[in-house]
Design a protein around this ligand. Sequence first.
Ligand SMILES: Cc1ncc(COP(=O)(O)O)c(C=O)c1O
Length: 398
Amino acid sequence: MPSWPVFDQKEEQALIEVVRSGSWYRGSGKTVSRFEESYARLTGAKYCLGTSSGTGALQTSLGALGVGPGDEVILPPYTFVATLNVILMMHALPVFVDTDLDTWQIDVRKIEAAITPRTKAMIPVHLGGAVADLDAIMRIAGKHKIPVVEDTCQSHLSEWRNRKAGTYGATGCFSFQASKNLNCGEGGAVLTNDEELYERCFAFHWNGSGRRKGRIDLTDTMSGTKFLMTEFQAAILLSQMTRLEEQARTREQNAQYLTSLLREIPGIVPARMYDGCTRNAYHGFLFRYQKEKFAGMPKGRFQKALSAEGFGTSAGYTPLNKRGYLKQALNSRGFQKIYAADEVARLAERNACPANDRLCEEAIWVMQSSLLGARGDMDQIAQAILKIQKYAGELAKA
Ligand SMILES: Cc1ncc(COP(=O)(O)O)c(C=O)c1O
């Protein structure tokens, strides 16, 4: 399988230039601004703010939107821990909406039932490079006047109805962490089309200091934290961006071919894309493994067998709504002072997500870099699965 990350002298040269310039932070250099302009142009967003991570981008969005103690924020349970952590960091209550088993995205049919007068924001996640149902999400958000923070951390270049994911909500948040399709080790960005929100994001991510040269001066009017992108991160990103489109096309072609092969195998169910998702970035190739069709062989054993055939996979996420640290946070001193005990107790019931529980049992991810190889690699993945299925009875007993 192809190695990741992909780089050459371009990245080395870009880093050397930053080192030699002596301007290593955005206050004195121009590389972060150059990246922000390029990424805004690439996505069609009016404003882009570079951040130190995707987590930082998400928290910046919540901070700029004024999410805080006593508020509720809607999120899906099938996502990376950061989507939840940023809500807890603002001392808001996370309200989980179950997953659509077919697409792995937030189940939009269940969102309205989760909304209360305290719902202050919604964080749908565009999972695995695909796009959540933005038609329904934006309609519901508009009806209830709830800002949407798109967690686009896994969906660089993904599109909904031919417009980039991350440009529909109040903000769109991206991650450039090492595993991501656009990678600088650690990094992130916030997109928005709203000038005032952009200025608030800028202030929040820089200890509340406003942009004194901008039209809006927030100096001394809001607090914040520090999530600045460095010049080094931006230099790597600008180099990596020169490869992004071609890599995205390769992943797309391979993933489409792999879908056609795997959907013919009983017990392998590739995640379905919504019709509105006109481009999938394929941060992973997602499929459900139904052990009944493999002589009852547990998922872990199947993954081991696939690994022995040369294909490493990930088991994906465990149910975020059931994580121990969530319980601990809700019972912490700060939360206990803000929320009544019966309110927190009720939350566990509100947060039940049975479809997601099933998805977590069946989910398997082929990681994005595996989709960067030759078309023949996809044939080999399918052949390996067929071979495992053929010997599943023996493997299950072994
Ligand atoms: C869905 C999702 N949200 C948020 C994040 C957080 O991004 P980062 O790791 O850059 O902080 C990630 C990254 O792993 C992610 O996959």
